[in-house]
Every structure is written in structure tokens, then in C-alpha cells.
Design a protein around this ligand. Structure first.
Ligand code: GDG
Length: 465
């Protein structure tokens, strides 16, 4: 539930430090960007007299701080070279695959490590510029893991929090990183380190002890250089009300019916919504869907899958290859099972407006959220929040952080193509009572804590630190 603004928790000023500002430049204007991180934090900062430190998304763009939608924006200047070596290089070529269990091999290049350190310093210095005594600095995500230690050196008594939006990998995988000790020491500059899941919190706790020599205080606490550090699982959430209200609106209900009819009123409408990223398991999901159709070709026309794939990191070769692979699979499935004017897979390589996305959630009988590894996955929670009629089936990967909470979904191993195919069949034939029972539980779980509660929990930990 959304709380009235007077009840929102801020006694201290909050400075969020994130890779990107929450705004982007479109036709010479600043507009709020879509995406998990921004959707989660903007409402929080609007109600705290805070500032946001981050990159504009435009290389070599040097501008003064400005205000947008009640939030002070403090841009960090990144050069073309920073974007190459820091962002596409170390962040997305080294850390992203490594932290997602090495689904694709992480690349280790010494010439990316220097830029990672230097760019982290730029963020730390920009943050230091806007800080007042008594503020809280809340650093976000894997791009900025060295910032806590750098800020600690600049302001030894500052309260510093860190939130990791992606998984923290098991020791056996993290240990591969040649700069593992530096990264851990960077993070240990924080007072509070929060993670999406218990598993990630445990993984970090273990790595910090084994590889950086932090001292065990308790399962959730460490001691490091004379300071106590709290390690906390704090699963991120959504603005439930926003989805619930939008899903109930007559315009969205109508659009949902239109979507179904435009697709030829299929018996089972299945939906996938993801950034086009190898962590999301879109290719394995298509294999599972194709396996299902192969099994009973005469019933293939009953199933219709909409896959919305939002363009992401298009400059990176692994993403270009993935796009080609996915498009080839879509085209093969449609070639084999389609009829003129009717295809089993409707593939949209684009993002759609918020209202349209909720209409898809409302229209879909089955939601496929099958990442190979995911920090949380907000799409799974958004689907439940949008199912105001309490029907629909969520199929959820056991490797999404959301699986620690959404236990009433059909939980699958996304690598097991046969099992995913069987789970789609199970979902398609699930009795209405069973659907309702599971969906009610999912909605109750999602309703228990929204994004404001998440922020409140994180900020309360920081205020107590
Ligand atoms: C990272 C972590 C973690 C998607 N397509 C459209 C659209 N979206 C919105 C969804 C959702 C968000 O983007 C995606 O969030 P996810 O959580 O699913 O995934 P990542 O982008 O990988 O996010 C993840 C998250 O950070 C938060 O901590 O959960 O594990 O990888 O909110 O609604 N929005 C619109 N059109 C689209 O086509 N309007």
C-alpha cells in the first residue's frame, strides 16, 4: 500500500549514487527512464529532499547539476573511453556475466580494471561535492562497488549503504575475479550492505571472510577495520497500487481484450517480457515452447506466445549474437507451426508504453519468467499485481531471486527444457480453483511489502547504523 507522504521515512537527507541518473535526454528534454532501478527509487527520493548522482547516458556531456521532478540531479561526466572500458568493458563484460554464475564466460582484462577504479572515483568525488554533514549516501549496484571505500576515506563518519540489484555469486565463482580482494574492500567501506536474497547475502558474507579477512560477528554481521558492517537480505519490490489500479482501468481491460482478439483469441495466451539479455533465458524458453508444440502439433494452434524483448546493450557482441539466435528460433517456430495471418510466436523487439505492458499482463493466461539467473525479477511481481481477477498462472525460474518469495508459482529449472514444456502444459490445464488459490497467495505475498516498504526497510537500517 502507498503511504501518505507525511509518513514516509526520512529524517536524514538521502543521496543516491547510481550508474545512471533517473532521467534521460529525449528531444532536448529530460524524461524519467523506465527500468527496474529507476522505478524503484524515484518515488522514494521524491519524498526525501534528496539528490541523485549519476551519468546522463551521453558520453562527454558536461552539465551543471539541475532539478527534475523534485530531485536534485548531479551528473557525472563519462568520456567515450569510460563508456567503452568501464561500462561495456568491466561492468558488462566482466562483472555482469561473473555475477550471473558465468552463464557466458566473464572476460578479465587488466586494461578494464584501471578505468573501473577511475570511474568509481569520479562518482565518489561527485557525491562528496553534494554531501552535507549528517547525510546518508546510498550507493547502488555492481558498477559502483568501490565507491563505499572511497567515500569512507573522504568522510570517515559518513553513513554509507550499498544495495546490489544483481546476485552476489557463490565463493567458487566470485574467486575467479583477479581483483576480488579490491572489490570486497570497496564494498566493506559500507555500514550496511543489502542484497536481493538470503543466498546473495550469505555468499557475500562468506567471500568477505575467506578472501578479505573480515571477522565473523554473526550470520548477518561482520567486523572490518574496527567497524561493524551489517549484511541484510532486502528483496526489492514494486509499486503494487500502480499496477493494481492500472489493471482495473476500463482502458486497460478493453486493450487486454483487443490484444487477445488481435491474436485470434487463442485458448492459451502466454507472455514473456524481458530485456534481451542472456541471463533471461529467452532462448531456452523458446526451445521449451517449441518442444511443447512438437509434442502435439495438432493442438499447436491453441497456444500463442508473445515475447516482448526490450533492446539492451546492443553494442556488445554477445547481445548481438543472442538477438540473432532468438530471431532465428522465432522464425523457425513460426515457419513450422504458423498459418497465414496466424503465428505461434509474436515477437516484439522494442519496449512498449507502461499502460500497454499492463494490458499484456492482464491479457496473458500464463506468464513465463524463466531467467537462468536473476537478482530479483520485477516482471514476476508485476504480473501478480496486475491479475486483479485472481486468475492466471506464473511459471517462475528457481534461479530468479523472486523464487525465494513467490513460492506459489510453478517453480521450474529453466535449463530443463522438457520440464518447462511440461509446466506450460500444466498451467494451461490448471483448474480455475487451483489457479485462484495460487494467484491469491502470490498477490498476498506481493502485497505484503511494496517498494515503499522496501525503501523504508533499507533506510531504517541506514538510520540505525
Ligand atoms: C535489474 C536486475 C532486478 C520491461 N519491459 C518494459 C518495461 N519493463 C520494466 C518492467 C520491470 C523492469 O523493466 C525490468 O525489471 P527486472 O527486474 O525484470 O529486470 P532488470 O532490468 O534486469 O533489472 C533484476 C532489478 O534490477 C531491480 O532490482 O529485479 O534482477 O537484473 O519493472 O516493468 N516497462 C515498460 N515497457 C516495457 O516494454 N514500460
Amino acid at each position: 500500500m502507498v503511504m501518505p507522504s507525511t509518513e514516509r521515512p526520512t529524517v536524514q537527507r538521502i543521496i543516491v549514487v547510481a550508474n545512471r541518473l533517473p532521467v534521460a535526454r529525449v528531444d532536448d528534454e529530460w524524461v524519467m527512464s523506465p527500468g527496474g532501478l529507476v522505478r524503484a527509487l524515484v518515488p522514494v527520493l521524491q519524498n526525501a529532499s534528496g539528490a541523485w548522482v549519476g551519468w546522463t547516458g551521453i558520453p562527454d556531456f558536461d552539465i551543471e547539476p539541475f532539478d527534475h521532478d523534485g530531485i536534485t540531479q548531479r551528473p557525472v561526466l563519462l568520456t567515450e573511453r569510460d563508456v567503452d572500458e568501464f561500462y561495456f568493458g568491466f561492468c558488462n563484460g566482466t562483472l555482469w556475466p561473473l555475477y550471473h554464475d558465468g552463464i557466458v564466460p566473464a572476460e578479465f582484462h587488466r586494461h578494464w580494471w584501471g578505468p573501473y577504479r577511475e570511474v568509481n572515483r569520479k562518482y565518489a568525488e561527485a557525491t562528496n561535492d553534494v554531501l552535507n554533514d549528517g547525510d546518508i549516501a546510498w550507493v547502488q549496484d555492481y558498477q559502483l562497488q568501490l565507491v563505499p571505500e572511497m567515500l569512507r576515506e573522504m568522510r570517515p563518519t559518513l553513513t554509507i549503504g550499498f544495495y546490489l540489484h544483481i546476485p552476489f555469486p557463490p565463493l567458487e565463482i566470485f574467486s575467479r575475479l583477479p581483483w576480488r580482494k579490491q572489490v570486497l574492500e570497496g564494498l566493506l567501506g559500507s555500514d550496511v550492505l543489502a542484497f536481493q536474497t538470503k543466498q546473495s547475502a550469505d555468499n557475500f558474507h562468506r567471500a568477505a571472510r575467506k578472501l578479505a579477512g573480515a571477522e565473523y560477528v554473526g550470520r548477518r554481521d561482520l567486523r572490518w577495520q574496527g567497524r561493524n558492517i551489517h549484511i541484510q537480505p532486502a528483496p526489492i519490490a514494486i509499486d503494487n497500487n500502480e499496477f493494481d489500479t492500472m489493471a482495473r482501468s476500463p482502458a486497460v481491460q478493453l486493450r487486454a481484450r483487443e490484444i487477445r482478439s488481435e491474436m485470434g483469441d487463442p485458448k492459451h495466451l502466454i507472455l514473456g517480457i524481458d530485456r534481451l539479455d542472456y541471463t533471461k533465458g529467452i532462448d531456452a524458453r523458446l526451445k521449451a515452447f517449441s518442444t511443447l508444440l512438437d509434442r502435439s502439433p495438432s493442438r499447436a494452434h491453441r497456444y500463442s506466445l508473445v515475447q516482448i524483448a526490450v533492446p539492451s546493450r546492443e553494442q556488445v557482441p554477445a547481445y548481438q549474437q543472442l538477438r540473432l539466435d532468438i530471431e532465428q528460433m522465432v522464425s523457425r517456430i513460426n515457419g513450422e507451426y504458423g498459418q497465414p495471418g496466424q503465428v505461434p510466436v509474436s515477437y516484439l523487439y522494442r519496449s512498449v508504453p507502461f499502460e500497454e505492458m499492463v494490458a499484456y499482463y492482464v491479457a496473458a493466461d500464463i506468464m513465463l519468467v524463466t531467467p537462468l539467473r536473476d537478482g530479483m525479477n520485477l516482471v514476476a511481481k508485476e504480473y501478480a499485481a496486475s491479475r486483479v481477477d485472481e486468475d492466471g498462472v506464473l511459471i517462475l525460474s528457481e534461479f530468479a531471486g523472486a523464487a525465494e518469495q513467490l513460492t506459489s508459482a510453478i517453480i521450474v529449472n529453466p535449463y530443463d527444457v522438457e520440464a518447462v514444456a511440461a509446466s506450460i502444459h500444466q498451467a494451461a490445464h490448471m483448474e480455475p480453483d487451483e489457479q485462484r488459490k495460487r494467484m491469491r497467495r502470490l498477490r498476498r505475498t506481493v502485497d505484503r511489502a511494496d517498494v515503499f516498504d522496501w525503501a523504508k526497510t533499507c533506510l531504517a537500517m541506514l538510520e540505525d547504523a
